[in-house]
Design a protein around this ligand. Structure first.
Ligand code: F6R
Length: 598
């Protein structure tokens, strides 16, 4: 979380810093700031959104070198003092940081025992150490290197020195950071989105490298001080993609983009009516005696649906785990495991922790990541990548990445099942095309869905229920609703409600049942009757063929693939419940899009 930017060049970097921070605001948005050198060092910081920062920036401010930061607080409350950039006591060094310094208290006790630091942040220790080591006679680069050698944890850092207006010192470990190449200038940013308006040529930075960025040069050195030559890369994103266009919010734009994302997937993963996935990936999954799908939040929920495909179609035992639990509570692993990571951003720290841990357990383990970001950290660090091709996802609440993840898991499982010799009784390409049209018809019915949402979600609490894969959809539907509307929501297995949770049902409590499996129709309907007779305000979302009066019917699709369709109704419910309450649906409170701290 947190986003950082840097600029050094012949022009005025202020606009880049502001634009970059606006693009990175999805990574954290409780406070922000910029700093740069213009004769003296100028630091502008504020609590709240980048808009507040823009209001602080004098119109005539010119910075040929500058750094910026948008914060998601980890150490210290949300206030101007704790916001970045942070400065050393003598104001010579100024720094922005994304990540968490795990040993900051230890460093504070060791180097600044009886010294009052200005802020409560872990970051300030870094900049004060640079000053301390520079006072010992080291050059800025040496002091920066010595400081980094003392840090434990995750960091992406940009440091400037008031005595040198030509250089930004950059380093990273575990947190993402790229250098963008400009003309007579260079850029630094937490991701390509921050810089794509200005350049499409980037250098990757690896963990523990230190990079010296000047207007005409980028020097990358490894931890032994050896210079590394590296090619630039151009990511598969265009500047226009990150605009909201005619939409009022990114969330609704991205919900709407789900049918085009499905069409993209169909064109990327099918060729001449055959599935087209790297043969080695299919081989590794086929060889596995157990699949471990690992993710967080929405990606974890997509994994639950994916398990259904691997077990039902390919008959490979599959477990789904939360990354944050798996890393520190590793289950008993099978003899030949295959790990499938799900991560829209490809940067999630909890997943990276699992990767590191599992590589330590056995260096021959293989890791596949399904991600939306081709140059992401997990994509670089895993053995194999399958891209979601969903297009940039900016709204904090993940929507199109979720449906794309499920679709690609279905394609992989189907291919594995076919190659293992299982008789698949349906044509997946055709069925996914039916799914795509079904999504389109739901998207065309927004007015009805909005009306239902406005009438249904009037209370403080709400429940989604379902059985089988519909239970997993219920979990995702409730996550979406709670994160953007702040309604207290849970997703429950339909049959489980009566074992305790039914005590929470009061008059008008909304309970939405998802029913997309003919065999479970009556069971879930019994659960809905149980809560309706206790006063709940109920709704059933079901396939046309199973629909009864007052249900919300979605087009008939292959039942195994129905979670890709039914979820779209619930994403729209979440969107309308939040916007109906006047909430900032793209940036819900306390959240950030890319969770790069554990
Ligand atoms: C919820 C949401 C989060 C993410 C989770 C994992 O709408 O977006 O729950 O799904 O933080 O992020 P990725 O998929 O980037 O690893």
């Amino acid at each position: 979380m947190c986003g950082i930017v840097g600029y050094v060049g012949n022009g005025n970097g202020v606009q880049f810093l502001i634009d970059g921070l606006n693009s990175l605001e999805y990574r954290g948005y409780d406070s922000c700031g910029i700093a740069g050198i213009n004769g003296e060092v100028k630091v502008l910081k504020t609590v709240g959104r980048i808009k507040n920062l823009e209001d602080l920036v004098p119109e005539d401010l010119e910075l040929s070198i500058g750094i910026g930061h948008t914060r998601w607080a980890t150490h210290g409350g949300v206030n101007t003092t704790n916001s970045h950039p942070h400065q050393s006591f003598n104001k010579r060094f100024t720094l922005v940081h994304n990540g968490v310094i795990e040993n900051f208290q230890e460093l504070k006790d060791r180097f600044f025992k009886n010294v009052n630091l200005v802020s409560e942040t872990d970051t300030e220790v870094i900049v004060q150490l640079v000053e301390l080591f520079s006072n010992e006679g080291l050059t800025t680069k040496e002091a920066f290197l010595k400081t980094i050698s003392k840090l434990q944890g995750s960091y992406a850092l940009c440091l400037i020195d008031s005595e040198d207006k030509n250089t930004i010192y950059v380093a990273k470990n575990k947190s993402p950071l790229l250098v963008g190449i400009g003309e007579d200038c260079n850029y630094v940013g937490s991701d390509a989105l921050a810089m794509i308006k200005y350049t499409n040529k980037f250098f990757e930075i690896n963990d523990k490298e230190i990079v010296t960025v000047t207007k005409n040069d980028v020097v990358i050195e490894n931890k032994f001080g050896e210079i590394i030559t590296r090619d630039t890369f151009t990511p598969d994103i265009k500047h226009g993609e990150i605009d909201k266009g005619v939409y009022p919010h990114y969330m609704i734009k991205e919900i709407d983009e789900q049918s085009s994302a499905m069409r993209n997937i169909l064109s990327k993963y099918f060729e001449d009516k055959k599935i087209s996935i790297d043969a080695e990936i299919v081989e590794k999954v086929k060889e596995a005696d157990r699949i471990y799908i690992i993710g967080c939040g929405t990606s974890y929920n997509a994994g639950l649906v994916g398990r259904h495909y691997f077990e039902k179609w390919a008959k490979i035992p599959t477990e789904v785990h939360l990354a944050s639990e798996f890393a520190y509570n590793v289950p008993l692993l099978s003899k030949k495991p295959m790990f499938i990571f799900l991560s829209q951003s490809g940067e999630t720290a909890d997943l990276r922790a699992v990767l590191t841990k599992m590589k330590e357990v056995d260096k021959d383990y293989k890791f596949l990541v399904l991600t939306n970001v081709s140059a992401s950290t997990l994509s670089r660090e895993c053995d194999y990548t399958l891209l979601l091709h969903a297009g940039v996802e900016i709204a904090v609440a993940s929507t199109k990445a979720y449906t794309s993840q499920i679709a690609i898991l279905s394609i992989l499982a189907y291919e594995v099942a076919t190659q293992i010799g299982r008789k698949m009784k349906f044509n997946l390409e055709k069925e996914l095309a039916v799914v795509t049209s079904a999504i389109d018809s739901i998207l065309d019915d927004k007015k009805t869905i909005k009306n239902i949402a406005n009438k249904l979600f009037t209370e403080r609490n709400a429940f989604y229920i379902g059985r089988g894969v519909d239970y997993y959809s219920a979990c995702e539907a409730s996550l979406k609703l709670k994160e953007v509307s702040y309604i207290q929501t849970e997703g429950f297995a339909g049959g489980e409600l009566k074992h305790g949770t039914i005590a929470l049902i009061e008059k008008n409590t909304p309970v939405v049942a998802l029913i997309t499996n003919t065999k479970l129709d009556l069971n879930t309907r019994s659960n809905i009757s149980e809560v309706a007779s206790r006063g709940a305000n109920t709704l059933v979302i079901t396939l046309e063929k199973l629909a009864r009066e007052n249900d919300y019917a979605i087009p008939n699709v292959h039942e195994d693939l129905a979670p890709i369709v039914s979820i779209v109704v619930t994403q729209l419910f979440a969107y309308y419940a939040a916007t109906g309450r006047g909430l900032d649906v793209d940036k819900p409170r306390n959240l950030a899009k890319s969770v790069t701290v554990e």
